[in-house]
Design a protein around this ligand. Structure first.
Ligand SMILES: Cc1cc2nc3c(=O)[nH]c(=O)nc-3n(C[C@H](O)[C@H](O)[C@H](O)COP(=O)(O)OP(=O)(O)OC[C@H]3O[C@@H](n4cnc5c(N)ncnc54)[C@H](O)[C@@H]3O)c2cc1C
Length: 390
């Protein structure tokens, strides 16, 4: 499979590199320190048209997950939070694309692509994160639609979102087949957003609990066909997952950039620290790992763009996400080590790279769950309660 960057990809890369240097880099530490939502960064990305990248052409996009990965990598290299502002536009994209009807796609996908709409996705609940099938939020049929009751946690972007895509079980059935997706709009009576988490990383985007107290959701806001919610959620996550790997590649590359700059200007024992072979080998290892992660991410993205679906696509996306985020954690931790005490100071940029990298190993399916996806692809799902052979 061919997955080299073409002229379009390179143009995006160059544009973001320039804008990141001129307009974003200076804001990065501040956004992390204050933990305030960077509206100026949202406006900047919107004006550049970057939200459109992964959306199919008929909804105003370029239809390229690889372009989205290139953009995510370059933004995250400088400011993870600004990258997250962009990726938040893509959170429910896959679920709407796979699960939604044409009216819903036109309204919500076009709105997200232009930046006229903002969204969040509500799946996780206090008792069920990885185990999506364990959610308890419940929808009941009423005249003209549904009544929603329950709550979600870690609903990122919810305070600024125009709508949230909510996973809830319909009726009394407790199985995963009962999971459906509902579009809850911000002014629907009974919907409310709680206080934001005080997070160690990804601090610029608010993650909050959200509550549904007898929220009436019209029939038109059930995403797609009844009973397809679980599948749509999973297909949506799989499709966009290479981008989660891309932002980790950006974090690793950004940490290497900062480490090189620091080491070339730091002297011990009468020489530049970067002149020590042991230090050079560390940087070489960090770069080898990052480059391997980048190739995995590009390949997984090119598979989506090339039309690969199903378990094969899910598995390659899981490899890319799992590997790239593990690399980001290792490389950013090594970078902190290379900074010495300066790396521990919250004033040093390298510090936030490591904290943001930790988040990437947990969100969008933890890295253990990615390994489960890969293992299941290789071996099939494990059969429970199988007696050991005599
Ligand atoms: C910054 C941030 C933003 C987030 N934003 C959103 C959002 O917008 N919307 C949303 O719905 N959720 C969001 N989440 C929640 C996120 O999706 C969950 O935290 C994640 O899926 C893990 O769920 P959990 O925290 O409940 O951990 P658990 O599922 O309780 O897992 C605990 C530990 O056990 C491991 N584990 C669990 N099951 C298995 C298994 N079968 N095999 C091996 N290991 C296992 C996990 O990997 C983890 O290490 C966000 C989280 C963070 C940190």
């Amino acid at each position: 499979m061919l997955f080299t960057l073409n002229d379009d990809h390179r143009q995006i890369q160059e544009l973001i590199r320039r804008v990141a240097r001129e307009k974003i880099a200076a804001r990065a530490n501040d956004i992390d320190r204050t933990g305030e939502y960077p509206q100026d960064m949202f406006d900047l990305l919107k004006s550049l048209g970057l939200f459109t990248l992964p959306f199919p052409k008929e909804y105003g996009g370029t239809g390229s997950i690889l372009s989205a990965c290139v953009a995510a990598e370059e933004l995250s290299r400088v400011c993870y939070n600004t990258c997250y502002v962009m990726i938040a536009q893509w959170g429910p994209f896959g679920a709407i694309l796979h699960g939604g009807n044409e009216t819903q796609k036109k309204k919500y996908l076009s709105g997200l692509a232009t930046g006229e709409l903002r969204a969040s996705i509500g799946v996780t609940e206090p008792q069920s994160g990885s185990d999506v099938a364990g959610i308890r939020t419940r929808a009941r049929r009423v005249a003209g639609g549904f009544k929603l009751n329950g709550s979600k946690i870690w609903c990122t972007n919810s305070p600024v979102a125009d709508f949230v895509v909510v996973a809830a079980k319909l009726g009394d059935d407790n199985s995963r087949r009962a999971i459906n997706l509902f579009i809850v709009e911000k002014d629907m009576p009974g919907y409310s957003v709680g206080p934001k988490e005080d997070k160690m990383g990804a601090r610029g985007l608010p993650s909050c609990p959200v509550y549904f107290d007898d929220v009436f959701v019209p029939e038109t806001n059930l995403l797609g066909e009844e009973g397809r919610g679980f599948k749509a959620t999973m297909e949506g996550f799989n499709m966009i997952r290479p981008v989660m790997g891309a932002r980790a590649v950006g974090l690793a590359q950004g940490a290497i950039d900062h480490a090189i700059e620091f080491l070339k200007n730091r002297y011990t024992f009468g020489t530049r620290v970067s002149d020590n072979q042991g230090i050079r080998w560390m940087l070489a290892d960090m770069t080898m790992q990052t480059e391997a992660a980048r190739l995995m991410v590009y390949r997984a993205a090119a598979m989506v763009d090339g039309g690969t679906t199903g378990e094969e696509q899910a598995s390659y996306a899981a490899m890319a996400k799992g590997y790239a985020t593990d690399v980001a954690m290792k490389v950013t931790t090594d970078a902190v080590q290379l900074f010495g005490a300066t790396g521990i100071s919250n004033d040093a940029p390298i510090n936030r790279y490591m904290r943001d990298a930790k988040v990437t190993q947990i969100i969008e399916g933890t890295n253990q769950i990615q390994r489960n996806i890969i293992g299941n692809y290789l071996l099939g799902r494990p059969r429970r309660m199988v007696p050991a052979p005599e």
